[in-house]
Write a protein that binds this ligand. Structure first.
Ligand SMILES: [Zn+2]
Length: 360
């Protein structure tokens, strides 16, 4: 379309350009044009100006010509100095300021696109052709800011850290409901956990990962994502829907294996494929090169303990607006999640009988 238009424009322009010389040549051949009748009206002659405009002395002109630029330069330098002084004394940006996205959104690309192979070794190829991932890497995260709701955090932040308080409550409540659902990863010398990662996995998946690590003590594993709560998944899915924060595509909340602790994202997928396959972790493939799903025994229980934990926390803090505590990511659940406080509820997780009690 653009090319067609360009071509048409060129064609349309050509005769116009050629008309003028042809017309001039024709006129030249006709000889001098006879004197036209009425001369084209011109601007009426201006009244004679008063003759007192004497040129100013040359020295004065030179002085002004030299001084004016000097004054302009001096003013510019002065204002720059003032600006620097102001910025040095200005306080840090307040928390009420709209946040700058930590990672600029990538240009939209089809999800099927092959990942670019030009990544440096050790660089996490997050966000490229992802199917359910997209947490911005820890290096890019902005300082924590306070948001009123999870929805606001999804709209204004680009880091799952913005819902950290609520996520910690969800994990703690989920561990009360089902202790083996989210088991902490033990420290290992060859395991590097990125700072924005919750290092929990479902028990069997966790044991399999630890076995892979211990079988390869000289190989380093960088974990860029493990457990992701429903609040975090809501953020990532919103970013994926809007192609924001570097996320191209993301699974809906309640449907990601990261939420049930059976998925990990590893910065060095090629080095760990064989070792993880031996522990029943399946590499997802080129569509999400960093992602491995645990397919062993523990992966069969697909209960969304994180969703149930959120529902219980919501009901405990909103007794007049209860929702079914069934572990399903329903429309009612999403509506409450959007309104939930990113820093966490006033009433936190409860273990024991009251913690496991389903309401209403
Ligand atoms: Zn993943």
């Amino acid at each position: 379309m653009t090319n067609d238009r360009g071509t048409q424009a060129t064609v349309a322009d050509t005769p116009t350009n050629e008309e003028t010389p042809q017309a001039d040549a024709g006129q030249a051949a006709l000889g001098p044009t006879p004197a036209p009748g009425p001369v084209e009206p011109r601007r009426p002659a201006e009244p004679p100006r008063p003759p007192e405009r004497r040129p100013p002395p040359r020295g004065l002109v030179l002085a002004v010509a030299f001084l004016v630029p000097c004054v302009v330069i001096a003013l510019g330098v002065w204002s720059m100095i003032r600006a620097v002084e102001k910025s040095e004394t200005a306080p840090a940006p307040s928390a009420s300021e709209p946040p700058t996205p930590a990672a600029p959104a990538l240009a939209p690309a089809p999800a099927e696109q092959e990942p670019a192979p030009s990544l440096a070794p050790g660089q996490a190829p997050e966000f490229i052709g992802e199917t359910d991932d997209g947490e911005p890497s820890s290096e890019k995260r902005a300082p924590p800011k306070r948001y009123k709701t999870v929805h606001q955090a999804a709209t204004e932040s680009c880091s799952t850290e913005s819902v950290e308080g609520l996520s910690k409550q969800i994990i703690a409540q989920a561990r009360c409901i089902k202790p083996n659902a989210f088991v902490p990863l033990p420290p290992r010398k060859n395991l590097v956990v990125s700072s924005n990662v919750f290092p929990y996995l479902e028990l069997e998946a966790r044991n399999g990962l630890v076995r892979a690590l211990d079988a390869n003590p000289t190989k380093r594993m960088t974990l860029n994502s493990a457990l992701r709560t429903v609040a975090q998944q809501y953020l990532v899915s919103r970013w994926g829907a809007g192609k924001r924060c570097g996320v191209q595509l993301a699974t809906r909340p309640g449907q990601s294996n990261h939420e049930i602790g059976t998925a990990v994202d590893i910065a060095e997928p090629n080095q760990w494929k064989a070792a993880l396959a031996a522990q029943q972790f399946r590499w997802l493939g080129a569509s999400d090169r960093v992602h491995f799903d645990y397919k062993g025994a523990g992966s069969r229980s697909k209960s969304a303990t994180d969703v149930l934990a959120f529902q219980m926390l919501w009901n405990r803090n909103n007794p007049k607006d209860p929702i079914p505590a069934d572990g399903r990511y329903s429309a009612a659940t999403e509506q409450r999640l959007k309104k939930a406080p990113p820093a966490g509820f006033a009433k936190g997780p409860v273990c024991g009988k009251s913690g496991a009690k389903k309401r209403p």
